[in-house]
Unconditional design. Structure first.
Length: 132
């Protein structure tokens, strides 16, 4: 039986990407936050607490991520869960878990478009304003 470590999730980036150059290429580090929930017996949506994870864009997609993404970007990430071990200041062994993204799609919504237009001093067109 083969084990698979594949993860697909959507969420918002929690900070601007930080580029890190390594011997075998570069990576871009950030964080991602996502919400989840469920419907209870009364068919009401119950929101679970927001979850946060460290996110690393690998060598192949880090350059595109650095060009296109920033804090608050809403993205779909495909990747895997990774763990790395290190020693802290006290010399204790620790393990850090993170998501390594192998690909991403920036999801643009009307709300994102409106916010971008407002910050640039441009008013986004409403669908009612279109000539067709």
């Amino acid at each position: 039986m083969h084990n698979k470590n594949i993860l697909i999730l959507t969420g918002n980036l929690t900070k601007d990407l930080e580029e890190k150059v390594l011997e075998n290429g570069g990576v871009a580090n950030t964080g991602i936050a996502f919400n989840s929930g469920y419907f209870n017996k009364n068919k009401e949506w119950v929101k679970k607490p927001t979850e946060f994870f460290n996110l690393q864009f690998g060598n192949f997609c880090s350059k595109k991520a650095l060009q296109h993404l920033k804090k608050g970007s809403f993205v779909e990430i495909k990747g895997s869960i990774k763990a790395r071990s290190y020693k802290n200041e006290k010399g204790e062994n620790r393990i850090a878990n993170y998501i390594e993204a192998s690909s991403f799609i920036e999801i643009v919504t009307y709300q994102n478009t409106q916010q971008a237009a407002d910050t640039q001093g441009v008013q986004a067109q409403n669908e009612d304003d279109l000539p067709f």
